[in-house]
Design a protein around this ligand. Structure first.
Ligand SMILES: [Zn+2]
Length: 258
């Protein structure tokens, strides 16, 4: 159990302002919303409903955008020619854009360092090939004036060489892993954990709920609306979590030692 009252009175307290102006400490539970597999051929019918809901509840999600999708599983509806102007609109709105691989293809059977699925677009490939693919992906984003704030691996699969290439190309944040709260690895990469695929009550920690809207139906949308109503006050956004991760480290370490 956390023993807040055991902290010295002058111990630093992590505080961040959410988009709604609520003050949250890093010790209360908070939820990040992440949507995967945004691409020109995604399920636009469901997305439009979702987008309306996110605006209604003033939630700023993380959107994992595929730069050049070649995965037939993500080809749900006809490609929209205005896809990138949509992405720019989301970015301008303050929603977080993540680089979600390059072509979203399963090229190896490697589960990588997280170990959820034995398929990867990156893990198991050479350092040179991984870096080349990341450069091609970033080139597309740059051409479209999209500025990714973090990395999200397709199938949660990446390896140590992916991490080195990401750092080399300027990435400092990724979304993955089952930790209770964000942490930095030895190379300075900030890992924002991603542990849930639907909202669940949790007593403490930072929880990322990963949604795959391409397969959603009407019932999923209505359940999602109910979850937003229930959890809205605990939903945060990536900039707040990143700011809090820096602020909170001293006091969190202190608490871990209690
Ligand atoms: Zn994906």
């Amino acid at each position: 159990m956390f023993k807040l009252k055991s902290l010295p009175a002058d111990a630093p307290r992590p505080v961040a302002a959410s988009s709604t102006g609520c003050r949250k400490t890093g010790l209360a539970p908070s939820y990040l919303l992440r949507f995967d597999d945004l691409c020109p051929t995604m399920n636009w019918d469901v997305w439009r409903e979702l987008e309306t809901m996110l605006l209604e509840f003033s939630v700023r999600p993380i959107l994992a955008v595929v730069p050049s999708n070649q995965d037939p599983d993500l080809m749900i509806q006809p490609a929209r020619a205005d896809f990138w102007s949509e992405v720019r609109k989301w970015q301008k709105r303050g929603w977080t854009i993540a680089l979600h691989g390059y072509q979203h293809l399963a090229l190896t059977a490697e589960a990588g360092v997280v170990g959820i699925a034995k398929r990867s677009e990156f893990a198991g490939l050479s350092a040179g090939l991984q870096e080349e693919k990341l450069r091609l992906a970033l080139k597309i984003f740059a051409q479209e004036e999209i500025h990714p704030e973090l990395w999200i691996a397709p199938a949660h699969s990446f390896d140590a060489l992916t991490l080195l290439a990401l750092r080399k190309l300027g990435f400092t944040t990724l979304s993955d892993g089952f930790a209770l709260r964000p942490h930095r690895d030895e190379n300075g990469m900030l890992w924002i954990p991603q542990q849930l695929w639907k909202f669940r009550w949790r007593p403490a920690g930072t929880w990322t709920v990963c949604c795959h809207h391409n397969s959603w139906r009407a019932r999923d949308l209505s359940l999602f609306r109910k979850a937003l109503q229930k959890y809205r006050e605990q939903i945060t956004d990536l900039p707040s979590v990143v700011a809090l991760a820096s602020l909170s480290q001293p006091s969190l370490r202190l608490i871990d030692g209690l």
